[in-house]
Ligand binder design. Structure first.
Ligand code: HDE
Length: 704
C-alpha cells in the first residue's frame, strides 16, 4: 500500500484562473467567477499586482503606490524573534480523552468525566538549534501540550527526557549560552559537540544524569511519534477537599519507542533536514493519527520523605518500578495547523498556565520557569495580548478587566472596567468565585530563612546517572560510550575531555575506561570530587531502556522498496501485502522519478529517485530489481550507498536474487538479517522485523 504523502500532487489543479498576458509580457491571472478577488489589507480590490505605479512607462515609482508599499512593508515584518530555546518545532492539533474520573485525587475539570474529549495543541521541538536547523540534531526534544480545558488552558511543557541538566533556574541562561553557537563565531549550531557546552557541563556535576540521557539514543528519536514525554518536575494534584497528592506526568507512545543510530542521524540531516516534520505531517495527513497515553506517578509526602532523592530536584526521576504509572487518558493528534506561523510559531506555552486541581511544587527550576515563559512571550509576540491569538485563547468562557495594549482584540464591553464596582449583576462585569483557582496552602519550613543555597538533599549527582547507564542493554551502553567519544573528540581543549572522564569515573569505571581509550587518553584522571559518594545499590530499571521495551507492532514503520524496470511483480506484490498487513507504509525508490514497469507490465509510481531516497529514510528496505536493473544500479553511487548504509545501520534487508551482485560489489557478507525474497521467506522477513535492527551485526560494522 502506498499512502498519500506530500509528494503526491497528481490531482492538484494549478491553473484555475484565466491566464492573460500584460503589455510587458508579464503573466496576469484575472479573477474569474468564483475565484476570490485580490485586495489590500483594508479590502480594496487590486487591479494590478505585477507592476508598481510609475510616472511614465520607464519613469520613477510614485510614493502614492499604497498597494506596493503595504505589500513590501508587511513582508519586511514577517518574522518574529525565534524562541531563545526550542526555536525549531512542529505542532499539531488533537484531543485528550479521559479514561476515568480522577476525582479521588484532583478536582481538575479535565479529569472528572470518563470519555471526555478536551482539545489540545502540541508542539515538539529541539532545544539548541535555530529555527532553520535540522531535525536530527543530538538533542533533547520538547514535548509541549496545551490542553484547552473547560476551566482554562493547562500547559504541560515537557521534554522527551524525564530529568534536566540543572537544579536551579538561575543557571539556565548559562546552560543555554554554553549549548548554543559560540558567540564569537556563531557556530556550531544545533550541536553540543563543542568546547563551551562540555566546559560548562564538566563544571556542573549535577548535569551528569541528564548527560547520560542526551548521549543515549533518546536524543536521536526516529520521529516525534516514537518518543516518550515527561513533565519532568513534581507537580501537585489537589482534590475537592483540598488534599494534595504529588504527581509526575509521563507520555507513552502507542507505536513504542524508536531511535535512529548516530551515523544515520548525520546522513538524514543531509538527505531530509525536515525528517521529523515530514513524518508527522505524512502520518496525520494519511489518517495514521499518532497517539500517546498519559500516565501519572502519584505519591504522597510520606513517599517523598522516604525516597532516596529529593522529589523537588529536577535532575532526578522516580523509577517506574518504584511508583508505577496510572494510565489516565490518551492524546491523539489528528489535524495539522492550517498555517504554520499562525499556530505553531505563535503558540505561547507557559508553565504558569495551570487550572484548579493542579498546582506547582517548590521545585526551584519550575518556579523559575513560571517567570520565564510569561516574560518570553511578551518579547516574542510583541505585546501583552498574545492570549488573543486564536491558538493561545482559551476555548472556555473567560472574562476579566485586562484591556488595551498592542493588537487588543477582545476588550471588555460596557462602561465598567474595574472591580469592586456597584454596577450590579448585569452591568458590573465578572466577579471572583469560590470555585476559582486556589494555591495549595503548603506550610513553609519551620523558621525558614532567606538563603542562596542548594539543599543538601540535591547533592547526589552520580547515583541515578549510574542507574540509568546500568539499566541499558549492552548495545545502548555502547551507543552512549560512542556518543561521548564523538562529542568529546570535537572538543579542542584536552583539559575539558579529561574533566568529563573524571566525572564518568564516578558513574561507571568501565564506561570511563572505554571513553578514555576512545579519546586516546594515556592515563585515567582521578575521579571528580563528589559531594556525595555514588550509590551502587540502586536497582536496574528496565523502563529506562528503549531496546528492553520493543514496539508492540510494526505500525507506522516505513519500508523503502528499491525497484527497477523488470523487477519481479509477484515479489513486490507479496511485500506490499505483508507490509499492509503489518500497518507499514511502503515507499518506492526507482532510478527515475516517474516509476518502473514490473515484470508483468504493471506500472508502479515512484516516490523517490534513487539519489533523493537514501536508505536512511526507511526503517527497513527491500531491493527488488532485474538483472538489467542491477547493472544500471551498480554504476550509481547512490544505489551503492543505499545498500551499504542499510547494512551498516544494521537494518533488516530483503532482496531479490538479482540484487546479489550489488551486495558483492559493496563487500557485504550476507547475514541472518539479509533475506532473499521467495514466496516462503516474505512472511518470515516481516515476522523478524519488530526487532527493527539486527544488533548482532553492529560489532562487525562499527559504524557508530
Ligand atoms: Fe523551557 N523555555 N525553560 N524547559 N521549554 C522555553 O519559552 C526555561 C525547561 C520547554 O514549543 C522558552 O516560549 C527556563 C525544562 C519546552 O513553544 C523559555 C528553564 C523543560 C519549550 C524557556 C527551562 C523545558 C520551552 C523559550 C529553566 C522540560 C518549548 C520560548 C528553569 C520540562 C515550548 C518559550 C514551545 C521553551 C525557559 C527549562 C521545556 C525561554 C528558564 C526543565 C518544551 O521561556
Amino acid at each position: 500500500m502506498v499512502t498519500p504523502n506530500d509528494t503526491d500532487l497528481a490531482s492538484a489543479t494549478f491553473v484555475d484562473v484565466d491566464v492573460l498576458q500584460g503589455s510587458g509580457g508579464e503573466t496576469r491571472q484575472q479573477a474569474a467567477d468564483g475565484v476570490p478577488q485580490l485586495t489590500t489589507q483594508s479590502g480594496t480590490p487590486v487591479s494590478d499586482d505585477q507592476n508598481s505605479l510609475k510616472v511614465g512607462a520607464r519613469g520613477p515609482v510614485a510614493l502614492e503606490d499604497h498597494h506596493m508599499r503595504e505589500k513590501i512593508f508587511h513582508f519586511d515584518h514577517e518574522r518574529i524573534p525565534e524562541r531563545v530555546v526550542h526555536a525549531r518545532g512542529y505542532g499539531a492539533h488533537g484531543f485528550f480523552e479521559t479514561y476515568e474520573s480522577l476525582a479521588d485525587v484532583t478536582s481538575a475539570d479535565i479529569f472528572q468525566r470518563a470519555g471526555e474529549k478536551t482539545p489540545v495543541f502540541v508542539r515538539f521541538s529541539t532545544v539548541a538549534g535555530n529555527k532553520g536547523s535540522a531535525d536530527l540534531a543530538r538533542d533533547v526534544r520538547g514535548f509541549a501540550v496545551k490542553f484547552y480545558t473547560q476551566q482554562g488552558n493547562w500547559d504541560l511543557v515537557g521534554n522527551n527526557i524525564p530529568v534536566f541538566f540543572i537544579q536551579d533556574a538561575i543557571k539556565f541562561p548559562d546552560l543555554i549560552h554554553a549549548a548554543k553557537q559560540e558567540p564569537d563565531r556563531d557556530f556550531p549550531q544545533a550541536q553540543t559537540a563543542h568546547d563551551n557546552f562540555w566546559d560548562f557541563i564538566s563544571l556542573m556535576p549535577e548535569s551528569m544524569h541528564m548527560v547520560m540521557w542526551t548521549m543515549s539514543d533518546r536524543a536521536i528519536p526516529r520521529g516525534f511519534r516514537f518518543m516518550e514525554g515527561f513533565g519532568v518536575h513534581t507537580f501537585r494534584l489537589v482534590d475537592a477537599a483540598g488534599k494534595s497528592t504529588f504527581v509526575k506526568f509521563h507520555w507513552k507512545p502507542k507505536l513504542g519507542m524508536q531511535s535512529v543510530v548516530w551515523n544515520e542521524a548525520v546522513k538524514i540531516n543531509g538527505a531530509d533536514p525536515d525528517f521529523h516534520r515530514r513524518d508527522l505531517w505524512n502520518a496525520i495527513q494519511s489518517g495514521n493519527f499518532p497517539e500517546w497515553e498519559l500516565g501519572l506517578q502519584l505519591f504522597d509526602e510520606d513517599f517523598a520523605n522516604s525516597f532516596d532523592f529529593d522529589v523537588l530536584d529536577a535532575t532526578k526521576l522516580i523509577p517506574e518500578e518504584l511508583v508505577p504509572l496510572r494510565m489516565v487518558g490518551r492524546l491523539v493528534l489528528d489535524r495539522m495547523p492550517d498555517n504554520f506561523f499562525a499556530e505553531t510559531e505563535q503558540v505561547a506555552f507557559q508553565t504558569g498556565n495551570i487550572v484548579p486541581g493542579i498546582d506547582f511544587s517548590n521545585d526551584p527550576l519550575l518556579q523559575g520557569r513560571n517567570f520565564s515563559y510569561l516574560d518570553t512571550q511578551l518579547k516574542r509576540l510583541g505585546g501583552p495580548n498574545f492570549t488573543h491569538i486564536p491558538v493561545n485563547a482559551p476555548k472556555c468562557p473567560f472574562a476579566h478587566f485586562q484591556q488595551d495594549g498592542h493588537m487588543a482584540m477582545t476588550n471588555p464591553k460596557g462602561r465598567v472596567n474595574f472591580e469592586p464596582n456597584s454596577y450590579g449583576a448585569e452591568d458590573g462585569g465578572p466577579r471572583e468565585s469560590a470555585a476559582g483557582f486556589k494555591s495549595f496552602p503548603e506550610p513553609a519550613e519551620d523558621g525558614a530563612q532567606k538563603l542562596r543555597i542548594r539543599p543538601e538533599s540535591f547533592a547526589d549527582h552520580y547515583s541515578q546517572a549510574r542507574q540509568f547507564y546500568l539499566s541499558q542493554t549492552e548495545t545502548e551502553q555502547t551507543h552512549i560510550k560512542n556518543a561521548l567519544v564523538f562529542e568529546l573528540s570535537r572538543v579542542e581543549r584536552p583539559a575539558i575531555r579529561v574533566r568529563i572522564v573524571s566525572h564518568l569515573l564516578n558513574i561507571d569505571k568501565g564506561l570511563a575506561g572505554k571513553v578514555a581509550a576512545g579519546l586516546g587518553l594515556k592515563d585515567l584522571p582521578a575521579p571528580a570530587m563528589a559531594a556525595k559518594p555514588t550509590r551502587d545499590d540502586l536497582p536496574v530499571s528496565d523502563a529506562l531502556s528503549i531496546l528492553k521495551n520493543p514496539p508492540p507492532s510494526l505500525e507506522g514503520r516505513k519500508i523503502g522498496v528499491l525497484l527497477t524496470d523488470g523487477a519481479n511483480a509477484e515479489t513486490f506484490a507479496a511485500v506490499q501485502t505483508n507490509a499492509a498487513a503489518n500497518g507499514m507504509v511502503v515507499e518506492v525508490i526507482a532510478p527515475m522519478i516517474d516509476g518502473v514497469e514490473l515484470s508483468d507490465g504493471t506500472w508502479v509510481e515512484a516516490q523517490y529517485k534513487i539519489d533523493g531516497g537514501p536508505s536512511v529514510l526507511f526503517d527497513t528496505v527491500a531491493i527488488i530489481i532485474s538483472d538489467q536493473g542491477a547493472t544500471l544500479l551498480s554504476k550509481k553511487a547512490a544505489a551503492r550507498d543505499f545498500i551499504a548504509d542499510a547494512y551498516a545501520h544494521v537494518k533488516f534487508i530483503a532482496y531479490s536474487p538479482e540484487a546479489l551482485p550489488l551486495f558483492e560489489k559493496n563487500g557485504i557478507d550476507l547475514d541472518a538479517a539479509c533475506v532473499e525474497l521467495t514466496a516462503e521467506t516474505v512472511a518470515s522477513f516481516f515476522e523478524a522485523l519488530p526487532a527493527l535492527r539486527y544488533w548482532a551485526r553492529e560489532p562487525l560494522v562499527n559504524a557508530f
